[in-house]
Design a protein around this ligand. Structure first.
Ligand SMILES: [Zn+2]
Length: 136
């Protein structure tokens, strides 16, 4: 199999699309909130070290906060001087509840990609490298 070069953006995109950061396989979630421990194709263990996914939680929090803040600011600017406080509060409340749940799977795989970029694969972590399967 030909080796493939993957850019930083490709690794991040794969993570955002809920794919394995090593081999890009999709379908890593049994349910929306339940991620497989290892990739079924390349055997990469997603939680490489204990507590690794705290970064995903942090990223999810930042994304949600940014979305709520953005909606508040844009909503206030567009409706000045009569700001609809109840409607804006309702919309931001729905966003603050729904977005972390909706973004949860992507936050885990995206964080896995970021972690892989920061600390490359060690021998034995996967049957693949980011360039493709390890030939034996
Ligand atoms: Zn994989």
């Amino acid at each position: 199999m030909a080796k493939r070069r993957r850019s930083i953006l490709a690794v991040l995109w794969t993570g955002l699309a809920r794919g394995c950061p090593v081999c890009e396989r999709r379908g890593l979630f049994e349910h929306w909130l339940t991620m497989a421990e290892r990739c079924p194709r390349c055997e990469f263990r997603f939680e490489r070290r204990e507590g690794q996914f705290i970064g995903a939680v942090g990223m999810n929090t930042v994304v949600t906060f940014a979305a709520v803040l953005g909606v508040l600011i844009i909503g206030m600017i567009l409706t000045l001087p009569d700001i609809p406080v109840v409607e804006l509060t309702t919309v931001t409340l729905v966003i603050s509840i729904a977005l972390p749940i909706a973004f949860y799977p992507s936050s885990k795989t995206l964080w896995g990609g970021i972690d892989l970029l920061l600390s490359p694969l060690e021998p034995g972590e996967s049957t693949w490298t980011v360039e493709g399967p390890i030939e034996q």
